[in-house]
Design a protein around this ligand. Structure first.
Ligand code: GDP
Ligand code: IMO
Ligand code: MG
Length: 430
């Protein structure tokens, strides 16, 4: 089994980009397989910071084939912007990029639908999407009749396909928007804009299913880069406050086209506390000065939308659930440095729901809303740990905190991150 996957075990932004960057050098392929430009993955190399939304984090490393696989929804303008930005900075290896001709493409109507529909969740609370057209594009993909795959854009039927869809979408948007805000979409303009994108992307487009299956079968080392976090999984997360793809481990095969038997190592990425961007229940949220302190120390502002991230204590109930769901074989604990200086730290070990205590993650969002966290309190540590490079050199209380996380989640810790840079990483020998 040659595949390794990096999966976020919370609500996203666990620092997956950093772990993927570290592991890239041991791999031949790096694959993005779900989500789209809602993701924002940060890679720090020396004094340079790279924020990648669609390009796999491996694009910065020579000799690695980077694949945007079939399960991704692609905003072509955004991927071109990212390629241009890397070219301007004189870095990256676009010659190694491959994009699936089967993936679905995001069009202007998806942005318009995303803006209109996010305000109208049935229970009144907004999902608070990133506004990148993700949900509407996945909806059209599953609905089939109004979807465009990247491969369609190179066919003579592309123009008539867009004309047909635009006629239907204009009827939908006229209902979703008040008359004074509705601007009909112009099919001819969209065809010409998207045809230019198609030409620009032509060198990269191929059948990535064939590419990846051949790679897996011939023992190439493949690294799968999960986007979002497992609690945002459309089927298994905090529905409906989720994204529209399978962002937990269960989505690796459907998104990439590589069967599970080729994937042997699944690293669950866990932030040492919890964050969430957008709406939805968050049992351990700290809407107080402790949460603000985490936000300040962790610079917890969305990579894509710059929204302040909601912060809270680590929730071991959710992480144990997502770790089991994702088939995790080890965990990496990230941003541990942010917790230095707290007198005490809390970990949620169970929920109290209507007077009953449980360690089971509730399947209905209403139950999660009523869940009161049962906390275990551990002593904190005062010393900054950003210069620490070995497990033994960490303060005793930091080691104790990590051991307790490992016990509660039921997985060994493989890496601990004490700062954004590659070097600020402790490899834990087990
Ligand atoms: P991703 O979406 O999971 O790839 O994570 P993001 O890049 O959106 O957010 C993680 C943020 O934390 C980025 O700004 C990283 O540079 C930063 N980061 C990564 N590891 C550490 C760490 O150990 N400590 C601190 N303080 N920041 C980190
Ligand atoms: P990375 O890969 C954190 C959240 C949005 C919103 C919900 C649905 O950087 O970890 P969408 O635009 O996907 O329909 O929004 O999901 N969300 C993320 N939160 N990190 C992400 O990606 C996210 N991608 C989507 O804030 O609550
Ligand atoms: Mg992010």
């Amino acid at each position: 089994m040659t595949g390794t996957c990096v999966i976020g075990l919370q609500w996203g932004d666990e620092a997956k980009g950093k772990i993927v960057d570290i592991l890239t050098r041991e791999h031949d392929f790096v694959v993005r397989y779900q989500g789209g430009a809602n993701a924002g993955h940060t890679v720090v190399v020396g004094d340079q910071v790279y924020k990648l939304s669609l390009l796999p984090s491996g694009i910065l490393t020579p000799g690695v084939t980077c694949v945007i696989a079939t399960g991704v929804v692609l905003n072509p303008a955004r991927v071109i912007e990212e390629l241009d930005e890397l070219a301007q900075r004189g870095v990256g290896h676009p010659e190694n990029l491959r994009i699936s001709d089967r993936l679905n493409v995001i069009f202007p109507w998806h942005f318009a639908e995303d803006r209109a529909l996010d305000k109208s969740t049935s229970d009144g609370e907004n999902i608070g999407t990133t506004g990148r057209g993700i949900g509407p594009c996945y909806r059209d993909k599953v609905g089939r009749s109004h979807a465009v795959r990247l491969g369609d854009m190179y066919r003579p039927t592309f123009r008539s396909q867009v004309e047909h869809i635009v006629a239907a979408k204009n009827r939908v948007l006229a209902v979703l928007y008040p008359a004074n805000e509705f601007k009909p979409l112009d099919a001819a303009g969209i065809v010409s804009e998207y045809s230019a994108y198609a030409e620009r992307l032509r060198p990269y487009v191929c059948d990535t299913n064939e590419l990846l299956l051949s790679a897996a079968e011939s023992g190439k080392r493949i690294l799968f880069e999960g986007a979002q976090g497992a609690l945002l999984d459309v089927d298994h997360g905090t529905y409906p406050f989720v994204t529209s793809s399978n962002s937990s481990g269960v989505g690796i095969s459907s998104g990439s086209g590589v069967p599970a038997r080729h994937i042997g190592r699944i690293i669950g990425v866990v932030k040492a506390y919890s964050t969430r961007v957008g709406g939805g229940p968050f049992p351990t949220e700290l809407a107080n000065e402790i949460g603000q302190r985490m936000r300040d120390r962790g610079n917890e502002y969305g990579t894509v939308t710059r929204r302040p991230r909601r912060c809270g204590w680590l929730d071991a109930v959710t992480v144990r659930y997502t770790s089991r769901l994702s088939g995790v074989t080890s965990i990496s604990v990230m941003l541990l440095d942010v917790l230095a200086g707290f007198d005490e730290l809390k970990i949620c070990t169970a929920y109290q729901i209507d007077g009953r205590q449980t360690t089971q993650f509730p399947s209905h969002v209403d139950d999660l809303r009523r869940a009161e966290p049962v906390f275990e309190t551990l002593p904190g540590w005062r010393e900054e740990i950003t210069a620490c490079r070995s497990f033994d050199k960490l303060p005793a209380n930091a080691r104790r905190y990590l051991r307790r996380i490992s016990e509660l989640v039921g997985q060994p810790i493989e890496m601990v991150s004490v700062g954004p840079e590659r070097e600020q990483t402790i490899v834990v020998k087990t």
